[in-house]
Design a protein around this ligand. Sequence first.
Ligand SMILES: C[S@@+](CC[C@H](N)C(=O)[O-])C[C@H]1O[C@@H](n2cnc3c(N)ncnc32)[C@H](O)[C@@H]1O
Length: 569
Amino acid sequence: LLVVVQSLAFSTTNKANYSNKKVASPLTADDYDDVVVKSNRVFVAGISQTCSEETIHSTFSVFGTIADILIIGQDDAERKNKRKPYCFVTFDDLSSAQRAVASSSSSVPSSPPSNDDNNNNSVYTQIQYSKPIDSRRRSNQSRVEEAGKQSQIEAYTTETNLIVQVQSTHVDRMVDYLHCWNDKEKGEQNNFCKVLGSASAISRNVSLLYLSCGNPIDLGRILGVDPLLARAINKSYIVQPGLLRGNLSTEQGCSDFAKMLFGKVSSQTNNGLNDGNDEEEEPVVCRMQVFPPKYQSRLLQLVYDLVLETDEESRQFTISPKRFTHMLSVVEAYQYKGKGWEERQHDDNSKLYMVGISPASMDLDVVDTNNIITGDSSGDDVSRAYYKLKEAIGMYEAIHGALPQDLHGSLALDCGSAPGGWTKYLIEHFGCKQVYSIDPGELSPSVMKLKETMHMQMKIQYALPKLLEDEAVASDGGGVKLWVSDMCLHNMAEQVELLLLAKEEGVLAPNAFFVLTLKCVVGHSKLAYDAQVKKVVDKFFMDANLDCVETFHLFSNRSGERTVIGYIK
Ligand SMILES: C[S@@+](CC[C@H](N)C(=O)[O-])C[C@H]1O[C@@H](n2cnc3c(N)ncnc32)[C@H](O)[C@@H]1O
């Protein structure tokens, strides 16, 4: 990569820093006047035709969480202008953008070398700040950038039939989850799921995933009721491929859109949503969900008025929030946010929407997924932790198949167990005959009362020698077969060291199964966290005889946490 990083709006007053003209930037020295900090976005010039989004992501995510990457100039159509491709990397926060520019401004890059797809000796060769391009050029650039984004989303929407609204921090994990799901379901009843892409929506915290699936109704429900996904997914919308133009934020736009929507839904319902029975049919009753929700009541009222204007006899559909048979979804798929956005906000055709009507299930479509998690009577903390171990084991079993029978009914040790979710899971899922539940803190009464729980109210370092005196551990063929540890230790390597100590002391049975939470305390990017965990796991491999080890970033993990699972022989 010949990469020049230019903050689109970066603060500096020192012209001398920017006098080097060898860079592939079209800017002149006059461009380097005082610039005001106001953008999370950096401009990367001179990328190759084959440089992938992954390469750019891995290069720049060391500086912070990336919200968006837009590559321009790699499409055939775009190549016509003969300019080398370039891209925009938008970070979640300004400080990350600053770090990207700052670290690249020295001749020796502070970031790890980033490999181009087919070129291994590429790093930042020269970096300099630049003033934002003059307003005319910036507006062109912004137009190109927006046009790229818009055409990308338009392309997604030709195939999209399910849109999932997710927390931006969970997009990567959600995409991984869907890939796994797709692999698992491969070929079964046309149950495929293709992730077309994602885009941030309303705010940077919320993203939309555009999916094309064989059975959007079933997949939407599976996603909606899975407690593991509850913290990642806000909502799913079944939509029909295709777009409607409009603008729900203005009164006129909303009214025009309501008419368009009414026409579309009427013709769909007329064409036999009711199953094509010849007999006279009741109108289809829809519950409406609009994203962003702030336009829901206005649109709902307008559509309902149109319904009331039709005479009852010929009414094809009606709206009811409670006794509905169908779901009517309206999702803003794209909103122009480029140059002149403020003025265009009032343009009644400036936004793109996807809509869809699908059979609904009263139970599922109004379900509050939070209840699935917190509905457990033994308390939020216990059930939240319980689902973390459940998710971990589920992920592991998805790769390696069901865990061996000899773990069932075995001796387990839960290190750092309070309030007790993992202990409870070990007892319920593995039917452990005894769980040494070790924590200086209190266990929840609901876990304490289980006869298999043996709470040792002390630190693991003190518990290990005591365990050696325990008959069940010390006897022939005894030992702990299942070791789980969810301690949030400042030094994550200590999690591994304690397990190795237990092995050395003879507390573990041969080929014990382990689950460890490793928590990173340094860094701020996915790449940095992954690298720290990998270092600890690599050392673990050198220090012990391990088998079938997997590292997961679970939905239940925080952004800096990973779960490591495997066998220690
Ligand atoms: C995140 S909580 C564990 C939650 C638990 N997995 C559950 O299912 O409820 C971490 C626990 O580790 C415990 N802990 C920290 N250091 C410890 C040590 N050296 N020995 C034992 N427990 C420790 C803390 O007291 C805390 O209760």
